[in-house]
Design a protein around this ligand. Structure first.
Ligand SMILES: Cc1cc2nc3c(=O)[nH]c(=O)nc-3n(C[C@H](O)[C@H](O)[C@H](O)COP(=O)(O)OP(=O)(O)OC[C@H]3O[C@@H](n4cnc5c(N)ncnc54)[C@H](O)[C@@H]3O)c2cc1C
Length: 442
């Protein structure tokens, strides 16, 4: 079948956002008697899960300091829960384990989770935290911890398997997914986007949805949107702020049996995220790695075949950033020895079972680039009348529910959950609050 020259809805990108939007839009059209999946075409320059969604750690949590993010995550968790098998979703829960510097902020997250009915347990004080953690892992030994937020929902999903499941759900609704189609330009007519120029021909569309993850800067340019913007923060205007910055996410896998990380009662454990200001020394040689606030996250994962996780990303301070080849195929943006030493030592710092295990780290390329907005939070907005941009600022694997809300917005039903993520917030000074976490996405 040749590529169509027209579609009502053209979705660019077959990652979590493109696929979720396609699937949910098809359902909405059918339910409203306004069409079906046959009205939707998803194109991807490579294939399903070729971008960040295909290499993500896959952690799904509610733990965000920003109320708007928590509302969005609560909604997204309900979408993950709607079909755990098809979406390869493991609802094992999630733990944010923090030092005193973050205590107050995490306490407010817990209070607000209660207010929105999101189930979590909050433990305070060093002694109680140690007892609580040892109740789960007998060998828990992390220092500098004074609060534990244990979210009973959330967990993780297997990156590529979940995307394959989501693609199957979209296909079953009649959506067409076309791999190997690169959008090279976007034509406009009467102020609206009228067609996409692709390397396989021109496709006209009534509505275009963009979900291209780390490739957002090139589509942003095709839409003639500004590469530098004014950001109003605390009443002061900061002109000429770079719209898209790149950070490299550092993740890897310790090649132990995933079952090594079972809980005391033999279950698969929650995803662990630890931040602390206790000094981190190298395992096994004891050299100081850092005495500043640091953090790691990890979970056992049968698809990665080990205990997989990561540490804070680093800023890619370059004018030109080569996104392709992406992920593990990149010659530049994969983790190095410094990460391996830090992350493996961090594991040993947290749990005795990981002491002396760093030689089992899987030395294969891992990690990858993400494109971040000026405040590190997503932009979900319509540009040029009919082009919906989903730019999640690279913490959006968990945000599977965005597509469901975008589908409704496209059909004329505004979403209060998406409202705080409009592009105009930068000029209006309506930024999200920032936390004390060492990670740019908490
Ligand atoms: C190493 C790593 C770990 C992460 N871990 C987590 C995590 O644990 N939890 C979490 O919530 N988030 C995580 N993230 C972030 C998350 O993966 C991304 O925010 C999310 O997957 C982005 O989804 P997307 O659909 O916007 O883009 P992508 O999944 O990147 O998909 C974009 C697609 O667009 C296609 N494309 C690009 N340009 C074009 C074009 N011009 N024409 C046609 N097609 C095009 C690409 O081929 C790609 O398939 C992680 C990210 C990285 C890099």
């Amino acid at each position: 079948m040749g590529l169509p020259t027209h579609t009502r809805y053209l979705i660019v990108g077959a990652g979590v956002h493109g696929l979720s939007t396609g699937y949910h839009l098809a359902r909405e059209l059918r339910a409203r008697g306004k069409g079906s999946g046959a009205d939707i075409l998803i194109v991807d320059k490579t294939d399903v899960a070729a971008g960040a969604s295909g290499i993500a750690c896959g952690v799904i949590r509610n733990n965000y300091f920003q109320p708007a993010m928590r509302a969005l995550m609560a909604h997204s968790v309900s979408v993950w829960e709607s079909d755990p098998d098809a979406l390869s979703y493991h609802p094992v829960g999630y733990m944010q384990i923090s030092p005193e510097a973050m205590h107050e902020g995490v306490a407010s997250i817990h209070a607000q989770q209660r207010a929105i009915g999101y189930p979590s347990v909050f433990v305070e004080g060093a002694a109680d935290c140690l007892t609580y953690m040892r109740g789960i892992f007998h060998d828990w030994q992390a220092k500098g911890i004074t609060s534990v937020l244990h979210e009973q929902k959330g967990g993780y999903a297997n990156n590529k398997a979940a995307m394959a499941g989501l693609a199957r759900k979209a296909l079953a609704e009649g959506v067409r997914i076309e791999p190997g189609v690169r959008v090279c330009g976007l034509r406009r007519s009467g102020g609206a986007v009228s067609a996409a120029e692709t390397d396989r021909g021109v496709i006209s569309a009534d509505c275009v949805v963009v979900g291209v993850g780390p490739w957002i800067r090139s589509i942003w340019a095709m839409l003639d949107l500004p590469m530098a913007i004014t950001v109003v923060h605390n009443g002061t205007a900061h002109p000429n702020v770079t719209m898209w910055r790149y950070l490299c996410l550092q993740e890897g896998t310790l090649g132990v049996a995933p079952t090594l990380q079972q809980t005391n009662d033999g279950r698969m454990p929650p995803v662990i995220h630890v931040d602390t200001d206790a000094p981190l020394h190298a395992d096994p040689d004891g050299a100081l790695i850092t005495d500043q606030l640091w953090g790691i996250y990890y979970k056992p994962d049968f698809m990665f075949n080990g205990v997989q996780g990561g540490a804070a990303p680093y800023l890619v301070d370059q004018e030109e950033v080569r996104i392709d080849p992406y992920g593990p195929a990149s010659p530049e943006f994969v983790v190095g020895e410094e990460f391996v030493r830090m992350w493996c030592s961090g594991l040993a710092f947290c749990q005795k079972r990981f002491e002396g295990q760093s030689h089992l780290y899987r030395r294969e390329p891992s990690g990858g680039l993400g494109a971040f907005t000026p405040d590190n939070f997503p932009v979900f907005d319509v540009f040029h009348q009919n082009c919906y941009v989903i730019a999640d600022s690279n913490h959006g694997y968990k945000m599977i529910g965005v597509g469901a809300l975008v589908a409704k917005e496209i059909l004329g039903e505004p979403s209060a959950i998406l409202q705080p993520f409009r592009f105009s917030r930068y000029a209006e000074g309506k930024l999200h609050p920032t936390s004390k976490s060492p990670f740019p996405w908490s």
